[in-house]
Design a protein around this ligand. Structure first.
Ligand SMILES: *[C@@H]1O[C@H](CO)[C@@H](O)[C@H](O)[C@H]1NC(C)=O
Ligand SMILES: *[C@@H]1O[C@H](CO)[C@@H](O)[C@H](O)[C@H]1NC(C)=O
Ligand SMILES: *[C@@H]1O[C@H](CO)[C@@H](O)[C@H](O)[C@H]1NC(C)=O
Length: 314
């Protein structure tokens, strides 16, 4: 680059150098200003991964632009022209979220909800340390929540609802002291919701429809630490030596179940015993009935029907 202006001035000293110099100047100036900012480059990689071209979307995202600040769904901070927000919901993107997102280190808002994105939430998102809001609701995102999300100290809103996400909820989310909205509903998360930090402040509405989740916020006890299937509820109270309050809770509810079922079966056994007793009585009555009847007839002149009630008092 430094050699070019030198050769230019040599040409300039020759014939009609004025025009050549102007041309060279324009060339240098324009190639310099036309180089897309690194954030813009990262966005173009995101665009390819979104598979946006398949749907003829993001036409305004052009590599020829000097910066991405006028692109659809993009806004920048000034004067440094760093990408601050990506706002592209309902765009019918069918691809993935490129790991290049990690280069947008000034990103504050990522809104890609209501698309058809699949694949994982890239772990590189932990690099976007300025993120305040992540809206990824209603996609087909797979895999787990990257634990690095716990590094996003400014995060206030995290909406990952209605995806295909699975695995445990990372305890690192509990350290996000600014988190005010969390929605992990309608996914396939499993295990115990960590009762850590800010995670203790969200109610069941943040976790709707994750059948394998358990823990205090959704008032569902977790099964034993060994993770035995929950189909043996009645063996739990017997093997109980409750550790955490949550498992205790679970044990007591199972215990209550046991008490109810136990008392019901006791009542059934008692009923059978009473019926059996009555049966035996009836049989013995048949044997000795004649005598009683005779006796009764003697004592009760008009009572052909009476004997049975009096006998049942025995
Ligand atoms: C991009 O879209 C095309 C056409 O819809 C599809 O065939 C292809 O699988 C998609 N690529 C990705 C990575 O999703
Ligand atoms: C993370 O950010 C740094 C700059 O802060 C950058 O150099 C690096 O490439 C980024 N890492 C990823 C994985 O994007
Ligand atoms: C979370 O999302 C689900 C489904 O998208 C919704 O039903 C629920 O009301 C949301 N919860 C909150 C706290 O907004």
């Amino acid at each position: 680059m430094a050699a070019n202006p030198g050769s230019g001035t040599k040409k300039l000293s020759g014939g009609n150098g004025g025009a050549a110099a102007l041309l060279l100047f324009l060339l240098l100036c324009c190639t310099a200003s036309m180089a897309l900012t690194p954030d813009g480059e990262a966005l173009l990689e995101l665009k390819v991964a979104f598979n946006a071209t398949a749907g003829q979307r993001l036409g305004s995202w052009r590599a020829a632009d000097p910066n991405p600040c006028g692109w659809e769904g993009v806004s920048c901070s000034f004067p440094d022209l760093r990408v601050q927000s990506i706002n592209l919901p309902y765009m019918q993107f069918g691809g993935i979220i490129s790991p290049s997102i990690g280069r947008l280190t000034k990103l504050q808002r990522l809104a890609l909800h209501q698309n058809s994105l699949h694949g994982p939430i890239p772990a590189e998102i932990r690099n976007c340390t300025e993120l305040r809001a992540i809206y990824l609701r209603a996609n087909y995102l797979q895999g787990g929540i990257p634990p690095g999300i716990g590094d996003l100290t400014h995060l206030t809103i995290l909406d990952l609802s209605s995806n295909l996400l699975r695995g445990a909820i990372p305890a690192t989310i509990g350290s996000l002291t600014h988190l005010r909205f969390l929605n992990l509903s309608t996914n396939f998360f499993s295990g115990e919701i960590p009762n850590v930090g800010v995670l203790g402040t969200f109610k069941s509405s943040s976790y709707v429809g994750n059948l394998e989740l358990c823990g205090l916020p959704i008032q569902k006890g977790c099964r034993g630490t060994l993770g035995f299937p929950a189909v043996l509820p009645h063996s739990d109270p017997l093997s109980s030596s409750g550790v955490s309050p949550i498992t205790n809770n679970n044990k007591t509810s199972h215990f209550l179940n046991g008490v109810v079922i136990g008392s019901m079966s006791t009542m059934a056994v008692a009923l059978v015993a009473v019926l059996g007793f009555l049966w035996v009585c009836l049989l013995s009555r048949k044997k000795t009935g004649v005598n009683y009847e005779k006796m009764d007839k003697q004592t009760l002149p008009d009572g052909n029907e009476k004997p049975t009630p009096t006998m049942s008092l025995d």
